[in-house]
Design a protein around this ligand. Sequence first.
Ligand code: AMP
Ligand code: ZN
Length: 112
Amino acid sequence: MSDCIFCNIVAGQLPCGKVYEDDEVLAFHDIHPFARVHFLIIPKAHIATLADAGPEHERLLGKMLLLAPRLAKEQGLADGFKTLINTGRGGGQEVFHIHIHVFGGGDPVRKT
Ligand code: AMP
Ligand code: ZN
């Protein structure tokens, strides 16, 4: 087991409610949703935070971002959604494996 929870999910050592998977990216439902639909898009490779990403991650991060509207629509958020990337302790990040929150529907808690 890695000490990174999301690396363990990628490795299949922890379960997740899978929304999407390909060779580079995994998306799964957040375990503590703050909206009717709330899932996370992560790279399979471990990058701790957005501040740790470099030019070599440009294509991967672009791919993750472009997946958001497609997966949001598939999850029933036809009307729109919110995205959030918490970065670093000061940014409220709790899991240090980069992830994009995608959420909406119902009455989402405002996280700005
Ligand atoms: P952040 O504050 O941006 O680091 O958010 C981490 C998110 O990961 C939180 O919304 C947690 O509910 C979520 N989370 C933590 N562990 C798991 C897990 N095992 N499966 C799904 N979501 C998780
Ligand atoms: Zn990781």
